[in-house]
Design a binder for this molecule. Structure first.
Ligand SMILES: [Zn+2]
Length: 73
């Protein structure tokens, strides 16, 4: 049975629970009785939800601009 790490946001405690994968997303209760807990991922580094999908992309050229208007050449 896999083990899952949780952190309590009420008291800051981290604790570990053994539960089935079917229960992996169930809310966990801190040993101190707090219910405001988050599940920690031990193998995958989570940096937040800032990624927008595609990596940085160069702005597409075209669209007139200076040379399109004949001002530079
Ligand atoms: Zn707690």
């Amino acid at each position: 049975m896999p083990r899952y790490d949780f952190r309590c946001r009420s008291c800051g405690a981290t604790f570990e629970l053994r539960r089935t994968m079917a229960q992996a997303n169930d809310p966990a209760v801190c040993p101190q009785g707090h219910e405001d807990t988050v599940k920690l991922l031990s193998t995958v580094a989570v940096t937040g939800a800032a990624s927008g999908g595609a990596p940085q992309q160069a702005p597409s050229g075209g669209g007139g601009g200076c040379c399109g208007g004949g001002c530079c050449g």
